[in-house]
Design a protein around this ligand. Structure first.
Ligand code: NAP
Length: 254
C-alpha cells in the first residue's frame, strides 16, 4: 500500500510533461487520479496506459481551461466519473499544473498574449480552486506548479513570469485562508524541465547545453524530478509546510 492509498487526486494538464509525471507518481503511491487535459486526447491516453501498467488507477477528464464554462465542464466530469466508480465527489489532492507559456519580452507583449496567459495560468486556476473547495476534504492538499522565473529574472517571458508570481501570492493568501480546515497550500517552482513547453529552446546542442547550464547539476530537469517533490507535498509527511514555494530547479541561478 502506497502512502496515498485511498486518496483521490485531480491533476490538471496531466496528459503531457510534468503533469503526466505527477499523475504517474501520485498513482504509483496509491491515489486514484483524475488525469485532466485540454485537447490532446491521445497523450492523455498514454498517461492512463502508463498508470495502468504501473498498477495505478486513473480516469481522464477533458476541459479546455481559460474559456467560459471551463470549470463546470471539468468538475461535472470529475464528479460523474467518481460517481460511476461508486465514490462521492470528494477530493484529497488538487494539483494545479496546466499552463501555457509565451516567450515575449516587454516590447513584444500584446494585449491578446497578456489576456491569454492570465486567463489560463491565473484566472482559471483561481476559479478551479474556488469551485474545488466544495470537493476538497479537510486535511487536503493544494499544490500549484509555479516557476523558478518568479525568483530568477527571466525577461524573455515577462508575462508568463508574472502569471506565476500571481500564483505564488495566491498560494500564500490561500494557505492562511485554509489553515483552519487543515488544508495545506504550496507551490513548486521548477527550472527548465524537458517537456514540450520548451522543446523549441532545445533544438540545437548548444541551445540545450545553455538550458542545462542554468542548474548547478548541469542538466535540464526531468518530469520525475518535480513529480516526487509534488508527491511529498501531497503526503502526510509535509503536514507542517504551508504557504511556501518550494524551489525545484536543480539550484538554477544560485
Ligand atoms: P506541457 O508539456 O506544455 O504540458 C501542458 C499541459 O497542460 C498539457 O497537459 C496540456 O493539455 C495542458 N494545458 C495547457 N493549456 C491548457 C488549457 N488551456 N486547457 C487545458 N489544458 C491545458 O507543459 P509542462 O512543461 O509539463 O509544464 C507543466 C507546468 O510546469 C506548467 O505550469 C508550467 O508553467 C510549469 N513549468 C514548466 C517548466 C518547463 O521547463 N517545462 C519550467 C517551469 C515551470 P493538452 O495535452 O491537452 O494540450
Amino acid at each position: 500500500m502506497g502512502s496515498l492509498a485511498g486518496k483521490t487526486a485531480l491533476v490538471t494538464g496531466a496528459s503531457r510533461g510534468i503533469g503526466r509525471g505527477i499523475a504517474r507518481e501520485l498513482a504509483r503511491q496509491g491515489a486514484l487520479v483524475a488525469v485532466h487535459y485540454g485537447e490532446n486526447e491521445q497523450a492523455a491516453h498514454v498517461t492512463l496506459e502508463l498508470i495502468g501498467q504501473e498498477g495505478g488507477q486513473a480516469f481522464p477528464v477533458r476541459a479546455e481551461l481559460g474559456v467560459p464554462g471551463d470549470i463546470e465542464t471539468l468538475y461535472s466530469q470529475v464528479e460523474n466519473e467518481l460517481a460511476q466508480q461508486g465514490q462521492g465527489p470528494e477530493l484529497d489532492i488538487l494539483v494545479n499544473n496546466a499552463a501555457v507559456s509565451g516567450s515575449a519580452r516587454i516590447h513584444e507583449v500584446t494585449p491578446e498574449l497578456f489576456d491569454r496567459l492570465f486567463a489560463v495560468n491565473t484566472r482559471s486556476l483561481l476559479f478551479l480552486v474556488q469551485r474545488g473547495l466544495k470537493n476538497l476534504r479537510n486535511g487536503g492538499r493544494i499544490i500549484n506548479v509555479s516557476s523558478a522565473a518568479t525568483r530568477i529574472a527571466y525577461p524573455e517571458s515577462v508575462v508568463y513570469s508574472m502569471t506565476k508570481g500571481a500564483l505564488n501570492t495566491f498560494t500564500l493568501a490561500l494557505a492562511k485562508e485554509l489553515g483552519p480546515r487543515g488544508i495545506t497550500v504550496n507551490a513548486v517552482g521548477p527550472g527548465f524541465v524537458e517537456t514540450d513547453m520548451n522543446a523549441g529552446k532545445r533544438t540545437t546542442e548548444d541551445a540545450a547545453a545553455e538550458l542545462a547550464a542554468w542548474s548547478v547539476f548541469n542538466r535540464v530537469g526531468r518530469p520525475s524530478d518535480i513529480a516526487e517533490v509534488v508527491a511529498f507535498l501531497a503526503s502526510d509527511a509535509s503536514r507542517w509546510i504551508t504557504g511556501q514555494c518550494l524551489d525545484a530547479s536543480g539550484g538554477s541561478g544560485l
